[in-house]
Design a protein. Structure first.
Length: 85
């Protein structure tokens, strides 16, 4: 099934679903590493596919850099935090 282009809105929704699923899995299994892994995957998603809202299309270079910085921040959160421990 082809969903179409992965836009900013779709990527945010996919990330929220991914984080919720990871947190539920961590809660059920009593193993917080699942939550951390999901945060790292979510950050990588924004580094690999730096999408941004349409209103920033005129300053695309800075928008992509900002999205990649946000992705890096998500990875750092996943690596240094101890969720559900």
């Amino acid at each position: 099934m082809y969903m179409g282009k992965l836009t900013f809105k779709r990527q945010i929704i996919f990330g929220i679903v991914l984080i919720l699923a990871g947190n539920m899995l961590a809660f059920v299994s009593h193993n917080g590493i699942f939550s951390n892994i999901v945060w790292v995957i979510y950050g990588l998603l924004f580094i690999i596919n730096p999408v941004f809202p349409e209103r920033y299309r005129y300053n695309e270079k800075k928008a992509k850099m900002g999205v990649r910085i946000a992705g890096t921040a998500c990875i750092i959160v996943g690596l240094i935090s101890r969720f559900i421990v």
